[in-house]
Each structure stands twice: as structure tokens, then as C-alpha cells.
Design a protein around this ligand. Structure first.
Ligand code: AGP
Length: 609
């Protein structure tokens, strides 16, 4: 997702737009730009990196103008760079566009514009197509040109457009991406989200899908897709700017937990062909290449490493390929066995974790094929990989990783399925059923999150525990490690995770009356064994909070509380079972008054050894 801001009025467009973009950096921050209309021309400034880089580029240039648009980018098509940054111009620089979303048919439009109009493209982006499309339709009426252009576009987009010949106008369109209009006095605003405007206006129009907005200093008119003007009630904003960035949530972490159904849906659906098979965009490995691999390493740090633990299980089960998972800081110093028959999978939200990057370089130097699962487009890990499979989680601001983790899992399921299908280790029927089950997960998670209020209550009761154990078997043990890290890193409680079968080999010595044990028991095949492990710790006075599939009520007799998750096939439970653990950690940390989004001693991206 990206941030859009536009202004038309008697004020200083440059100042107002830059200020608004800063409030939208949580929507994307890998590049930024601004375009204003000055004496019949469009003045464009844009730069890779955060908005500070853009301000440095602008320097003391007042860019005097009352009309302009700005953009802060979260790259999807085309790595972060000056030329890929928005705004984009048409050929003669008389039209400027900023865009949030994805134009699905941009390649065919690009080809048509080049062939029929001789358009020369400057960037790798889908968004630049919009500027040229409007440009070829423009004959002095910006609304008309935008309507014509939008009629050719498919995908999700919120766009704002200015034309040099119409200096007191902005035209904006919304389709499946957020857009609002701010109502000022002698000035009006357009933006992706409320925080950008709160400093200036409290009265806004919420723009609906397929609507076009025409803004001048004295009017904001909204039109439906049939070009009929529509009335819109004024929405009075009552919350402050800080709350608005979090869209009303108290912390980015909670917002990002609740964004998971959407980010899972985005990560999955873009990879499904019409016939239900998987298209691994960014991965160019077919059967013959897959056949050559004798071993797979999954290497990462922290939460990404925990995703790799699930990935091992999934790929070994579906593709029948041996997988070894390692933390990057260990992998790079143990002289691992790697050759040209090795597939090295790096997982990294930021794509800048130095340990992971160094491990990747080590594997590459020994001939491995490198595939990375990354959230930040164009990051170092992505750039140094042979293949990149992006998680479409959008910017993850909270230090504690949540939606990046579950979208990493989604990518690993898709990779495992694809490999299994191409290698013939799973049938088409199994593949199709697995995909059908995956498709149900976003709605199941959404339903779960809607009724997760009980977890807040549990956290109020248990937040003062000074040590907590997470236990599970199979996939549940992998998720236990992630649950323990979440609790540890934001509430500072000394939590540990163990494979439940390991309790009797030592850790059970730590169980005392009142020790909190969080037991994950979602795997049907291991359910009975988990009940025994729960009895073991219960017998020693532990307070047991279990996580189980809906309907498995036998666990209630052994547990103090049970957090039920929607039922699904065993392989997919990590996508759901991690949610109660994320929420429990969040509410416990809140009860303990911790700095949830920025925990002490931690950074969002660890770019040091
Ligand atoms: C997870 O909540 C932590 N923020 C941390 O463990 C993180 O997962 C780790 O540093 C790896 O970061 P990356 O995914 O950006 O490489």
C-alpha cells in the first residue's frame, strides 16, 4: 500500500503535501515524490528513500504553487528507485499521476501505448501507464480524459491527477483502494487516509468505490461510475492524528494482527491461476530444476526462522524433499554442506537482516540456488536472490512481527504445494483440496479475531506471571516457539518453548504450582499425546491455558482455560493457532505497561551482526 496526498487552494501546496506524506509513511516509505503546477508547467521532485530524502532534494526551493499531488511508496512493481517513485508524468510532462494499488492489465496497456502512440516509458512501474493513458486521451478536459483512461484499466487503484493546463483542479478516482477528500475553506484536499489531513481539516468525504472526485479550491464534487453527481454526507473526524495512523487501534501491532486476514488473502489470491494451479510469480523453477535439488536449507532469524520451522514440515510432507532449517547466525559459521544441488530459502520481512544476508551470500558462494521470501520489495535480500517470492503483507511497523509471519507461512505452503505438484509427489486432487482449504483461512481467521475478546480477559488474569512455558508437538511446537518469542519480546516475561515430548527430559523440573503453561493441541494425530503432556504439568500444579480446534472439548477437563480456533486441516493450523498467542502477548504487554510497538533494546530490522 502507498500514501497519496493532494491539495488545491491558496496555501503552500508543497508544505501541506510533504506534511501529509509524513503522516502516511506507515503506508509505505521506500520512495516519495511531489508534483505541483507552477506557471503552466508541472514541477516534479521525487527520490528513493524516505520523505527526508525528498525534502533534501527539494532543499530551499519553495516550489510555490497552490496545486499539487504527492506520494509515498511501498513498491510492488519495480524496485524502489528515483525513476520508479511517484508522481509519474505523461510524455510531454503536462499530466502528473500518483497511484496506490495495482493495475493488473498494465503490460497490455504498456504495449498498446508504445505501439499505437509511440510512448516511451521511463520506469518499470504499472503506475506510469496511467499517466500516459490519461495523456493520450487528454484534449483539455481532465475529467473526461481520466474517465476514458480508467475505463481501460483493470485492478485496484486510488489515483490523483493534475494537468498543467488546468492549474486549479485535481481529479481523483477510487477503485478498491482507500481515498478521502478533505473539505477546507478556499482549499480542498485528497488523501489515502485521514492522518494526512487532520492537521488542516476535520470534515471529510469518504469516497466510495468507482467514484470520481473533482476538486477545486471552492468545490469538491463526487460522481458515480455513470458520471452522475452524487451527494455525500460530511464525515466529522473526532480522533487525533496518532490514533488515525493506527486506524483507531491503540498500537500498530494490534492493527497488524487484525490485518492478517487481508494480507493472507492478498498473498494467496495473486498466486492462483484461473485453473486453480499456483503461479509462483518471481520464481522460475520448473520440474527439471526442482528435480536437481538434493537438499533445501531454510535460513532466517527470529520470527522468520519460526516460519521456516513450519516450512520444513510443509515442504518435506508435500514435496518429499529433505529440508534443514537453521538460524542465520549459526548457519554462516558452521561451514554447512552446500553445493549446486542445494536450494537455499532465505526468509526475511525487512530483507535487510545482516545475519540472513550473510548466510545467503555464503550459500551463493558455494553454488546454491537462492530463493527468498521477503516483504520489502527491492530489499538487499531480494536483490541478491535468484528468485524472490514476496509476501504481500504491506508495511509492518510494529517491531513484533505478526502479519509478516503468517504471510511467510502462506508463501511456504504455496511453495511446498507447487513443488509437490510439479514433482508429482502429490495428486491434483490433493493439490486442489489443499488450495480450497487455504482459501478458507482468511475468513476463518477474520471470524476468529472478531470474537477474541476472551483473550484480553485472560491476559488481565495472567499478566503478572514471571515465567511462562509454551509446549506443543509437530507443527504446534513450531508455533510454540513463535508464541514464546512474541510474549518475550514485548512483555519482557521470561518465556520458553519446548517440544512437549521434551518436558520429561528436563524442563518439567521447572514446573511449580501456578506456573503458566500454554499448551498447543491442534494436531489431530497428536491430540491424545498432548493431553498426556498437559496432565503431566497439571499434576505438578501448572496453570494450563490450551489452544485447540473447535469441538475438541476433551481438553477442557485438563485445562484451566481453552482458546479454541476454527477447525481446519492439521497442516494449516499454524495460520490460525498463532493468532491467540499474538493477542495474548499483546494484551499482557499492555497490562504490564510495556512499549508494545517499540520494545526496549529491539529494532525492526537488525542490520548488525
Ligand atoms: C520478530 O517479532 C522480531 N522482530 C525479530 O525476531 C525478527 O523476526 C528478526 O529480527 C528477523 O527480521 P527479518 O524478518 O526482517 O529478517
Amino acid at each position: 500500500m502507498c500514501g497519496i496526498v493532494g491539495y488545491v487552494g491558496s496555501g503552500n501546496a508543497r508544505e501541506i503535501i510533504i506534511d501529509g506524506l509524513k503522516k502516511l509513511e506507515y503506508r509505505g516509505y521506500d520512495s516519495a515524490g511531489i508534483a505541483v503546477i507552477q506557471q503552466g508547467k508541472i514541477l516534479l521532485r521525487k527520490h528513493v528513500g524516505g520523505i527526508a530524502n525528498l525534502e533534501n532534494l527539494i532543499g530551499d526551493d519553495p516550489m510555490t504553487s497552490g496545486t499539487g499531488i504527492g506520494h509515498t511508496r511501498w513498491a510492488t512493481h519495480g524496485a524502489p528507485s528515483d525513476i520508479n517513485a511517484h508522481p509519474h508524468l505523461n510524455g510531454d510532462g503536462t499530466i502528473a499521476v500518483v497511484h496506490n494499488g495495482i493495475i493488473e492489465n498494465y503490460l497490455e496497456l504498456r504495449e498498446m501505448l508504445a505501439q499505437e502512440y509511440g510512448v516511451k516509458f521511463r520506469s518499470e512501474t504499472d503506475s506510469e501507464v496511467i499517466a500516459h493513458l490519461i495523456g493520450v486521451y487528454y484534449t483539455g478536459d481532465l475529467e473526461e480524459a481520466v474517465y476514458q483512461a480508467v475505463g481501460r484499466m483493470r485492478g485496484a487503484y486510488a489515483i490523483s491527477v493534475i494537468a498543467a493546463d488546468e492549474p486549479e483542479k485535481i481529479v481523483a478516482v477510487r477503485k478498491d483502494a482507500p481515498l478521502i477528500a478533505g473539505l477546507g475553506k478556499g482549499a480542498n484536499f485528497i488523501a489515502s487516509d485521514i492522518p494526512a489531513l487532520l492537521k488542516y481539516v476535520k470534515e471529510i468525504y469518504l469516497i466510495e468505490n468507482n467514484e470520481t472526485v473533482v476538486l477545486t479550491p471552492d468545490s469538491v464534487k463526487i460522481y458515480d461510475e455513470n458520471r452522475n453527481q452524487v451527494h455525500r454526507d460530511v464525515f466529522h473526524v473526532t480522533w487525533d492524528a496518532d490514533a488515525a495512523e493506527k486506524e483507531g487501534y491503540d498500537h500498530f501491532m494490534l492493527k497488524e494482527i487484525y490485518e492478517q486476514p487481508k494480507s493472507l488473502y492478498e498473498t494467496l489470491t495473486r498466486r492462483l491461476n484461473e485453473d486453480g494451479t499456483i503461479k509462483l510469480d518471481g520464481i522460475s523453477m520448473g520440474r527439471e530444476e526442482l528435480e536437481q535439488f538434493g537438499k533445501i536449507y531454510i535460513v532466517a532469524c527470529g520470527t522468520a526462522y519460526h516460519a521456516g520451522l513450519v516450512g520444513k514440515y510443509v515442504i518435506e510432507k508435500l514435496a518429499k524433499l529433505p529440508v534443514e532449517v537453521d538460524v542465520a547466525s549459526e548457519f554462516r559459521y558452521r561451514d554447512p554442506f552446500v553445493d549446486d544441488k542445494t536450494l537455499f530459502i532465505a526468509i526475511s520481512q525487512s530483507g535487510e537482516t545482516l545475519d540472513t544476508l550473510a548466510a545467503l551470500r555464503e550459500a551463493k558462494s558455494k553454488g546454491a540456488r537462492v530463493l527468498s521470501i521477503v516483504n520489502v520489495v527491492g530489499s538487499s535480500v531480494a536483490r541478491e536472490s535468484d528468485d524472490v517470492f514476496y509476501t504481500w503483507a504491506g508495511p509492518e511497523i510494529a517491531v513484533a512481527s505478526t502479519k509478516a509471519y503468517t504471510t511467510q507461512l502462506m508463501c511456504l505452503y504455496l511453495i511446498g504445494l507447487y513443488m509437490g505438484f510439479v514433482r508429482g509427489t502429490i495428486t491434483r486432487e490433493f493439490h486442489d483440496q489443499f488450495i480450497a482449504d487455504l482459501k478458507e483461512i482468511p475468513d476463518k481467521l477474520k471470524a476468529y479475531l472478531k470474537q477474541a475478546g476472551m483473550i484480553e480477559g485472560l491476559s488481565k488474569m495472567l499478566y503478572n506471571k514471571e515465567q511462562v512455558f509454551f509446549i506443543g508437538r509437530g507443527l504446534d511446537s513450531s508455533v510454540s516457539y513463535e508464541g514464546s518469542l512474541k510474549l518475550k519480546e514485548i512483555s519482557y516475561i521470561n518465556s520458553s518453548a519446548f517440544a512437549a515430548g521434551e518436558l520429561k527430559h528436563g524442563p518439567i523440573a521447572l514446573i511449580e504450582p501456578g506456573t503458566l503453561v500454554i499448551a498447543l493441541a491442534t494436531q489431530d494425530a497428536l491430540y491424545e499425546k498432548m493431553l498426556s503432556n498437559i496432565q503431566e504439568v497439571k499434576a505438578r500444579g501448572a496453570h494450563v491455558m490450551s489452544v485447540a480446534k473447535e469441538g475438541n472439548t476433551a481438553i477442557e477437563a485438563q485445562s484451566n482455560e481453552v482458546m479454541y480456533i476454527p477447525s481446519c486441516r492439521d497442516e494449516l493450523t499454524p495460520l490460525l493457532s498463532v493468532a491467540p498467542l499474538q493477542l495474548f502477548s499483546y494484551y499482557v504487554a499492555r497490562e504490564r505497561g510495556c512499549n508494545i510497538d517499540k520494545p526496549k533494546n529491539l529494532a525492526k530490522s537488525v542490520t548488525v551482526e
